[in-house]
Design a protein around this ligand. Structure first.
Ligand SMILES: Nc1ncnc2c1ncn2[C@@H]1O[C@H](COP(=O)(O)OP(=O)(O)OP(=O)(O)O)[C@@H](O)[C@H]1O
Ligand SMILES: [Mg+2]
Length: 461
């Protein structure tokens, strides 16, 4: 099948799935892929951003994967199309558009009445899934808006600068997990292995390491006998294969009631893992997301380092408005003001949108003019985060919550009985948790957290 025929078939597949033909960018991505161009080259030729091209590619691979019943990506698209041709070789040569029908909703390859080809397709699809990806713990991505600059930064750090360890921080609900899922969709073709680990189950290092090695070593057991005892066995796999490993909800490694980033008893050996990922040469990238990060991340501030932190802030107004639209709300004047007051936090905004839906847009809109409403699910999420604070952090954040303006260190020292080192450590820890903000020498607590702490009143003294 020549390039033109392949594009024609691809167009039919996209049309069957979406009801529309390939647009110019999609065609450019497929053409570039078939001509073995990188996303970067395709973006340059098309005069658009690389992330735009990646995004478009990732949506197309999803469509083809569903239609062809196997994991299709940039690196195997051409061979997948060839296999499609072979799966219906008789019709194919004569009539491209007819042959495409075998991939239609009702007759994708596993349904082709040819036992030999069916098995071939099934084993192909299984092996791609189990050998290269374990995304079973990755949540589904719902509607996702914007984040283009963040995706560009992350893609650049991972693919161009080959960073080894990246932390995505931010308050709960800001979109760390959603952003990372979108990132994985966009860059997954660049890796031999992609593994998503949800740390909600708090695996010990031994469990985590053996699980990862089990997934990666399905293709080849590495001889670890000569492994330097100082190096964790996992490092050898990260050296041999280009892996992207996501550790979501990493806060579960750290103690509650302590300053941010202090390992729970029994989890201290993760310090060695992160140190070796940072210091030893390898070709993989580990992305950490969560409310707290290992301290090794925040120690490193140099530009040349292969460790990076992305502190995620809220969605911009245009993207955030889409959340209200998704909830079927009619456009109202104060939308933008509400978005700003809830700092573009998608979880908070979704929750307010739900309130508006349940109790009536106008009612809530009037209330929102005077106050910051705290829906129950938002309260619960803030409680979970605040419960993790150390006693001194609780004192400091409640002091800040009493102020109506940003406060500097001198005033905080005057107002509290906390000694200066403890105060500074607590401020630093609260900043890492993204619960307070710093403007020059002044500190302030986020408005919604202030509201939450005021609502608790007597709990924090
Ligand atoms: N860019 C986005 N566009 C639309 N919705 C988004 C976006 N980012 C996040 N959301 C939605 O906001 C909610 C919170 O996002 P997410 O779970 O990713 O936050 P998080 O920072 O990982 O929170 P936590 O720290 O509690 O795990 C989810 O329902 C998610 O689908
Ligand atoms: Mg999350």
């Amino acid at each position: 099948m020549n390039l033109k025929e392949m594009l024609k078939v691809a167009d039919k597949i996209v049309f069957a799935k979406t009801g529309r033909h390939l647009d110019d960018l999609e065609e450019a991505v497929l053409r570039g892929t078939l001509e073995r161009e990188t996303y970067k080259q395709i973006a340059k030729d098309f005069d658009c951003s690389e992330s735009n091209v990646r995004n478009t590619g990732s949506k197309l691979w999803q469509i083809f994967s569903e239609k062809l019943g196997e994991d299709v990506n940039k690196s195997n698209f051409k061979s997948a199309m060839e296999r499609l041709k072979n799966s219906n070789v008789l019709n194919f040569a004569q009539n491209v558009s007819h042959s495409f029908n075998i991939c239609g909703e009702s007759r994708h390859p596993p349904d082709i009445p040819n036992p030999y080809q069916q098995n071939e397709n099934i084993s192909q699809s299984k092996s791609t899934e189990t050998l290269h990806n374990d995304l079973s713990e990755m949540p589904d991505l719902g509607a996702f808006y914007n984040r283009t600059p963040e995706l560009e930064t992350l893609t650049n750090w991972i693919l161009q600068e080959q960073c080894r360890l990246i932390a995505i921080t931010g308050i709960s609900g800001i979109g760390k997990t959603a952003l990372t899922v979108q990132l994985v969709q966009q860059i997954k073709d660049e890796f031999e292995y992609i593994i998503w680990c949800d740390f909600d189950s708090s695996p010990t290092l031994a469990e985590f390491q053996s699980n990862l090695i089990r997934i990666i070593s399905q293709s080849e057991q590495l001889d670890l006998s000569a492994n330097n005892q100082k190096f964790l066995p996992l490092i050898k796999y990260l050296q041999k294969y280009r892996c992207l490993v996501i550790l979501d909800n990493i806060q579960n490694l750290f103690s509650s009631g302590e300053l941010a980033g202090k390992y729970k008893p029994g989890y201290e050996d993760y310090r060695t893992l992160f140190k070796q990922i940072k210091e030893l040469s390898h070709q993989s990238c580990v992305v950490l997301t969560g409310w707290e990060q290992p301290r090794i991340i925040t120690e490193v501030k140099s530009e040349n380092s292969l460790i990076r932190t992305l502190r995620l802030t809220g969605l911009d107004v245009l993207a955030a408005r889409e959340i209200f639209r998704d909830n079927g709300l009619t456009e109202i004047d104060p939308w933008d003001a509400i978005i700003q007051r809830y700092q573009g936090n998608p979880f908070w905004l979704k929750s307010i949108a739900n309130l508006m839906q349940d109790l009536g847009e106008c009612e809530i809109e009037v209330l929102l003019n005077n106050t910051l409403l705290l829906p129950e699910d938002v309260k619960e999420s803030l409680q979970q985060q605040c419960d993790r604070l150390s006693e001194i952090e609780k004192q400091v954040i409640s002091l800040l919550a009493k102020e109506n303006h940003p406060v500097n260190l001198v005033k905080l020292l005057e107002n509290s009985k906390i000694n200066s080192s403890d105060l500074i450590n607590a401020l630093q820890s609260l900043l890492k948790r993204c619960l307070i903000e710093q403007q020059g020498n002044f500190y302030t607590v986020l408005p919604l957290i202030k509201q939450y702490i005021e609502s608790l009143n007597q709990l924090y003294k």
